[in-house]
Design a protein around this ligand. Sequence first.
Ligand code: HEC
Length: 194
Amino acid sequence: MKLLKSITMISLFTTMLLAEAPQEVRTELQKTVEIGESSSNMLIQTLGKNMKEHMGKGGVMDALKFCSNEAYSLTSDVNKKTVAGVALKRISLKQRNPANAPKENEAKILEAFESLKALNVVMPEYLVEKVADKIYKYYKPITMNNEVCLKCHGKISEDIDLKREITKVYPLDRAFDYKMNDLRGAVVVTITHQ
Ligand code: HEC
């Protein structure tokens, strides 16, 4: 009887443990996805809205000034608006700003996105990398899905003034000759859970 009771207790305890463990992992992952999604959307929308306004006001040259002077700092501003433990950035294998070059596993993950794309796999909305205990990176792929992007990331050599302005600020620029539907890079949200 005593043995049966102990076995019941043990199995009850293991069931609880088993039920607890995945639950814990799931909520941390769920939180990662929620935070990743909302902060990457906030960044994409803020950049998109500003670019549209500048394009409408002063055309591509005005929009370029915005992208050169403010896109990077705006990313830091959006960073400040997000909760503590969340950091945002944009990365690309063929970057314009060297500060947007991928670090650690980021290049491998961008290459993995490229491989999937080459196999005609429908691009996943996001990927999550577990970096360390309680630290995750949420990756949202950025595709050239708008003709307007090509103005500054397409055949820019056709517009001499634009090309000159871009090279003045970014002498190491590699972010051109993209075509529609190419993978441009990713938004990376690094999330550190308490
Ligand atoms: C008016 C010119 C212009 C247009 C239009 C434009 N970009 Fe950019 N883009 C830039 C500049 C300049 C940078 C470098 C910003 C910085 O210093 O971080 C940049 C940087 C980026 C980066 C960060 C990686 C890198 O190369 O440094 C991504 C990703 C990106 N652009 C995607 C897009 C997408 C997607 C669109 C269309 C919605 C777009 N861009 C439209 C000028 C432009």
